[in-house]
Design a protein around this ligand. Structure first.
Ligand SMILES: Cc1cc2nc3c(=O)[nH]c(=O)nc-3n(C[C@H](O)[C@H](O)[C@H](O)COP(=O)(O)OP(=O)(O)OC[C@H]3O[C@@H](n4cnc5c(N)ncnc54)[C@H](O)[C@@H]3O)c2cc1C
Ligand code: FES
Length: 261
């Protein structure tokens, strides 16, 4: 379907936030689902690119889908040039998303990994659930949307690898410290949801397993068809393989195999 750009915001030198009008009659996407995007006709790039649903709102002016993206290649460069009124070709939403059933939500995001977690944070807060967000990035410009998360009532902790914002180090160290301080009873009610680089997700899986806390992760392997046809997005599970586009992108951390890919 063809969606019209409502606004484009520059969040930092690498990151943009694009609001697109969502057609009347289309169902609401779930947090953790993704859309397949193309910015122009033709064969270059050949495949659509996947983007998580960063936010979705219905208002008097109609429904709006927000994408948060890092400018890395041709599609994201063209999305970054979408002025108001530009048309973007979108398929979806696809995939299985996050669940909201837990009494307390802890979110762990590495850089652009915040993209699919923001909508989850907003819905968790709307449902009255406590929500704690651990945001990590290489540097300050990769730590995104802190004021908006705090305004919605999330407790936010930040770390950067170069120490330019928040605590110096890895975001999983913040998670580990937080879990170590929580009582066993509280940990039983916490669901950790994470998105970020493979190494970060592996660390989240290991920290949560050691603390006896449930964890769900959104993976982002390269995708071509986005519909279970090309087998390009295979991820290793404990027993066999799963397709990130069809069986994920959100999986129970314990279901996946975390050896080096
Ligand atoms: C389910 C899912 C959801 C995603 N959601 C978002 C999102 O919300 N925001 C966002 O910024 N990005 C997201 N991504 C990643 C995004 O789809 C890619 O970065 C995409 O390739 C960018 O397209 P491009 O044409 O701009 O650059 P491309 O030409 O496709 O890629 C530019 C460079 O990045 C490398 N690259 C691309 N994807 C990956 C990858 N997954 N792992 C390692 N290297 C890679 C390429 O090899 C190339 O060097 C998501 C990916 C998946 C699978
Ligand atoms: S992207 Fe083609 S099977 Fe998943």
């Amino acid at each position: 379907m063809l969606l019209t750009a409502r606004s484009l915001r520059v969040l930092s030198s690498d990151f943009r936030l694009l609001d697109l009008g969502w057609p009347a009659g289309e169902p609401d996407p779930a947090p953790g689902q993704f859309v397949m995007v193309r910015t122009r006709e033709g064969t270059d790039p050949l495949w659509r690119r996947p983007f998580g649903v960063h936010d979705f709102r219905r208002g008097r002016g109609g429904a709006v889908l927000s994408l948060l993206f890092q400018v890395v290649g041709p599609t994201t460069r063209e999305l970054a040039a979408c002025g108001k009124g530009a048309v973007v070709d979108v398929l979806g939403p696809h995939g299985r998303g996050f669940t909201l059933e837990a009494p307390e939500h802890w979110l762990v995001a590495g850089g652009r990994g915040l993209a699919p977690l923001y909508y989850l944070a907003r819905l968790a807060r709307r449902a009255g659930r406590p929500c704690r967000v651990f945001l990590g990035g290489r540097e300050a410009g990769h730590v995104l949307r802190v004021p908006e998360l705090e305004r919605r009532g999330c407790a936010v902790e930040v770390s950067t690898e170069d120490g330019s914002r928040g605590r110096r180090g890895r975001v999983t160290e913040l998670l580990e410290r937080g879990l170590a301080r929580a009582s066993r009873r509280r940990r039983a009610g916490i669901l950790v949801s994470a998105c970020g680089p493979h190494g970060m997700l592996a660390a989240v899986a290991s920290v949560c397993a050691a603390a006896g806390v449930r964890a769900r992760v959104s993976v982002d392997p390269l995708m071509a068809c986005g519909r279970g046809l090309c087998l390009g997005c295979t991820v290793r599970a404990g027993e066999g393989y799963r397709l990130a586009c069809q069986h994920g992108p959100v999986f129970d951390a314990a279901e996946l195999s975390w050896e080096a890919p």
